[in-house]
Design a protein around this ligand. Structure first.
Ligand code: 6R9
Length: 659
C-alpha cells in the first residue's frame, strides 16, 4: 500500500484546461468565491436556480439536532415534476430525454413529453394499486426505460423506492424487501446480458416465498415484459406492466411534498454482515444532483449527449442516470447490456452512433478496455466526446492517461469524482474549465462542500500527510439516516469525530483513507474499514464470510480483498471445513461449491476469485483474524510481521499447505 501511495504522489503530470474550453465552460471561479463568502446562501441560490419549488423555502439548513439535518425544510416540491413536466412546460418537450439501446440492438428514443406521459401513466397505475406517499416499492429491473419510469412514478406519488441491482440474488432481494416492508415489487421477466436472457421474476417469487415469518408485505408484483422468457404466475398478485400501465390515464397532477419527504432507500455494504438501507430525501438531494451534474460535467443541455454507464441499481445510476440528468433537462444514453457484447467495441460504437459528448464510467471498465487494446476504440469516431468522468474507486494515473489519450483523443478534461451512496452526489472533484488536472487525485471539494483529513484523535493532518477523510459541514444531498436504525447511523458515521462540548461540531466519517498533497489536493487511498471495492462495487468482508459459514460444510471463514489489476480488488476467501466434510471432498470440489454459495446468497459480483481451504486462521490473542496476513498470502507476497499472533506458527502451516 505505502509503495503505491509513494508512486502516486510522484505523479507530476498536470493538465490545465484549454482556453477554448474555459471560454464556454459552465463552471466559473465565481462558484468558489460565492460559496466561500456564504456557504448556506450559496446552496439556497443553487436550490432556487436549479429547481422549481411549489412553495419556496425560507430556511436553508436546520442543524439543531445533529446528525439529523433538514435542508430547505419548509419548501415543497415534486421531484418527478422537476425532472419532467417543467421541461415540457418550458417548451422542451421534443428534446430527447433518453436514447435507449438494448443489448440485442433494439432501441428507443424517448422525448421529455413522451417520458412525462409514461411516468404519468405509471403513477396512475401505481396509485390504483394502492401506492401512497411513504409506501416502499422495490424495483428489480434490467437497464430498460421502465426502470427510470418506475423510479419517477414512485417519486411522483411521494412514495419511496428501493432499487435492488438485477445482479443481486433472491436472498439479497428478500432481505431488502423485508427490511423496508415493501408493498409492491416492480420487476421484469428477464433482461439481456452477454447475449442471453437472464431471468429476474423467478428471484422475486422465491424472495417473497422465503420471507422469514412466512407472510409478506408484498401485495403485488408488477412485471415488465422484456426477456420473453417463461415465468410462473401467481394470480391476483402478479400483474403485467403492459396490462396495467398502458391502459392507465396519461394525465396525472403532481402533488408537491415537503423537501424532506423521503425519496429512496438504497442498500449498501457496511462493516457488518447486514447491508445498510441508506435513506435520501427530496429537495436537498435533487439540488446537489442537479448542481454537480451541471458543473462537474460542464453540461450544455441543448447540445450535449450524456452517458453514465452505471446501472440504476447503484447510487451512481440514481444520481447520474435518473435524477441529475433529468432535473437538468439533459439528453442521455442508456445501454442495457455488457460492454463487450456482441463485440469488444460496443461502447465505442454507441458513442459514435449517438454522438455522446460526456462519458462517466468506472476505472475498472477503463482498465478492462486497456487490456483488450486500443484497436477497438480506434475503430470508431469518438470525436464527439468533450468531457470524461471517473467514479467508484481510485483511478491509477496510467488508466487516467489512457482514458484521456485513447478515448478522449488527448483533448478532453478528465474529472475524477469522489463520493458515496451516503453522500448522494459528487463531493470532491476537479471542475472542467477551471481546475488544472492531476491524474490520480480526486483533487478539491466542490464549491459548497467542506472536507478535511484527520488523524485518529481528530487533529487535522495538514498538507503532505495522510489520515481519515471527513466531511466537516452538512451538505444538501447527505444521507438522512439508515432505514429503521438511527443508532447505527450515529455510530457508523458520526461518533468517531463528535467533538465534546460542541455538539454541532460533529463530522461525517467517510470510511476512506486520504492524503493531502503539498497543494492541499485530496488523494483517496481506499477504505479503512472491512469494506472491499470490487469493480467499483462495495462488498463487505463480513457479509461474504457469513454467506460462507451458512453453508453446512464450513466451520470458519475469513475474507480479504486482494489487489487485482482490473477490478481494483478481488474477493479471496480462506475457509476451514468441518472435519467430516474435509475428508468427503477434494479442495477443488469444496471451492466450487462455496463459490456457488456466495453467488447464490449475495450475487455473482461477490463470488470469490479464489477460496483457499485451510486448517487454521491467523488470530491475535484476543481472537481477531489478522486479515493483513491473509492479504499477503492472497497477493502472493512474503508474509509480514506475525509477532502479535496467538500462535506464531500458524502462517507457516497455511503457506506450507498452499505451496
Ligand atoms: C459513488 C460510489 C463509495 C466508495 C468510497 C470510496 C470509493 C468512490 C471514488 C472512490 C477513489 C473515487 N470511491 N469514488 N475512491 N476515488 N473517485 O461509488 O458510491 O458504491 O457507495 O462507494 O467508493 O472508497 O467510499 P459507493
Amino acid at each position: 500500500m505505502s509503495e503505491t501511495i509513494d508512486s502516486l504522489l510522484h505523479e507530476e503530470r498536470r493538465f490545465p484546461p484549454s482556453s477554448d474550453f474555459t471560454a464556454t465552460s459552465v463552471a466559473t471561479p465565481a462558484l468558489y468565491e460565492d460559496a466561500g463568502k456564504d456557504r448556506l446562501a450559496f446552496w439556497a441560490d443553487q436550490a432556487r436556480e436549479l429547481l422549481e419549488w411549489s412553495t419556496p423555502f425560507t430556511e436553508t439548513l436546520d442543524w439543531n439536532n445533529p446528525p439529523f439535518a433538514r435542508w430547505f425544510a419548509d419548501g415543497r416540491l415534486n421531484v418527478a415534476y422537476n425532472c419532467l413536466d417543467r421541461h415540457v412546460l418550458a417548451g422542451n418537450g421534443d428534446r430527447v430525454a433518453i436514447h435507449w439501446e438494448g443489448e440485442p440492438g433494439d432501441s428507443r428514443s424517448i422525448t421529455y413529453a413522451e417520458l412525462t406521459r409514461e411516468v404519468m401513466k405509471a403513477a396512475n397505475a401505481l396509485e390504483a394499486l394502492g401506492i401512497r406517499r411513504g409506501d416502499r416499492v422495490a424495483i428489480y429491473l434490467p437497464m430498460i426505460p421502465e426502470a427510470v419510469i418506475a423510479m419517477l412514478a414512485v417519486a411522483r406519488l411521494g412514495a419511496i423506492h428501493s432499487v435492488v441491482f438485477g445482479g443481486f440474488s433472491a436472498e439479497s432481494l428478500r432481505s431488502r424487501i423485508e427490511d423496508a416492508d415493501a408493498k409492491l415489487v416492480i420487476t421484469a421477466d428477464g433482461g439481456w446480458r452477454k447475449g442471453k436472457v437472464f431471468p429476474l421474476k423467478n428471484a422475486v417469487d422465491s424472495a417473497i416465498a422465503s420471507q422469514t415469518d412466512g407472510t409478506s408485505t408484498v401485495e403485488h408484483v408488477l412485471v415488465v415484459r422484456r426477456g420473453e422468457n417463461d415465468v410462473d404466475w401467481t394470480e391476483g398478485r402478479d400483474l403485467w406492466w403492459h396490462d396495467v400501465v398502458d391502459s392507465a390515464p396519461d394525465e396525472h397532477e403532481a402533488e408537491p411534498f415537503e423537501a424532506e419527504n423521503p425519496l429512496f432507500i438504497l442498500y449498501t455494504s457496511g462493516t457488518t454482515g447486514k447491508p445498510k438501507g441508506i435513506l435520501h430525501t427530496s429537495g436537498g438531494y435533487l439540488t446537489q444532483c442537479a448542481y454537480t451534474h451541471k458543473n462537474v460535467f460542464d453540461l450544455h443541455p441543448e447540445t450535449d449527449v450524456f452517458w453514465c454507464t452505471a446501472d440504476v441499481g447503484w447510487v451512481t445510476g440514481h444520481s447520474y442516470v435518473v435524477y441529475g440528468p433529468l432535473a437538468n433537462g439533459a439528453t442521455q444514453l442508456i445501454y442495457e447490456g455488457t460492454p463487450d457484447t456482441p463485440h469488444p467495441g460496443r461502447w465505442w460504437e454507441l458513442i459514435e452512433k449517438y454522438g455522446v459528448t460526456i462519458l462517466y464510467t468506472a476505472p475498472t471498465a477503463i482498465r478492462a478496455f486497456m487490456k483488450t487494446g486500443r484497436e477497438y476504440p480506434q475503430k470508431f469516431d469518438l470525436s464527439s466526446l468533450r468531457v470524461l468522468g471517473s467514479v467508484g474507486e481510485p483511478i491509477n494515473p496510467e488508466a487516467w492517461i489512457w482514458y484521456r489519450d485513447i478515448i478522449g483523443g488527448g483533448r478532453t478534461p478528465v474529472v475524477d469524482t469522489w463520493w458515496q451512496t451516503e453522500t448522494g452526489a459528487i463531493m470532491v472533484s476537479a471542475l472542467p474549465g477551471i481546475t488544472s488536472a492531476k491524474p490520480g487525485s480526486a483533487q478539491v471539494p466542490l464549491p459548497g462542500i467542506s472536507v478535511d483529513v484527520l488523524d485518529e484523535s481528530g487533529n487535522r493532518v495538514g498538507n503532505g500527510n495522510g489520515g481519515l477523510l471527513v466531511v466537516t459541514e452538512p451538505w444538501p444531498s447527505m444521507l438522512r439516516g439508515i432505514w429503521g436504525d438511527p443508532e447505527r447511523f450515529i455510530e457508523t458515521y458520526w461518533e468517531k469525530f463528535d467533538f465534546e462540548g460542541s455538539p454541532n461540531r460533529r463530522m461525517y466519517l467517510a470510511g476512506d483513507g486520504a492524503r493531502l498533497d503539498s497543494d492541499g489536493d485530496v488523494w483517496i487511498l481506499g477504505r479503512v474499514d472491512d469494506v472491499m471495492n470490487v469493480s467499483g462495487h462495495r462488498l463487505s468482508t463480513m457479509e461474504i464470510e457469513s454467506a460462507l459459514v451458512s453453508h453446512p460444510i464450513v466451520a470458519e471463514a475469513a475474507v480479504v480483498g486482494a489487489s487485482d489489476d482490473t477490478t481494483g480488488q478481488a474477493v479471496v476467501a480462506f475457509v476451514i471445513l468441518r472435519a467430516k466434510q474435509a475428508e468427503a471432498q477434494t479442495a477443488a470440489e469444496a471451492e466450487a461449491l462455496l463459490k456457488a454459495q456466495v453467488a447464490e446468497q449475495i450475487g455473482a459480483i461477490a463470488r470469490p476469485r479464489r477460496i483457499f481451504i485451510v486448517t487454521e486462521l491467523p488470530k491475535t490473542r484476543s481472537g481477531k483474524i489478522m486479515r493483513r496476513l491473509l492479504r499477503d498470502v492472497a497477493e502472493g507476497r512474503e508474509v509480514g510481521d506475525t509477532t502479535t499472533l496467538a500462535d506464531t506458527q500458524v502462517m507457516n502451516v497455511i503457506t506450507d499447505k498452499l505451496r
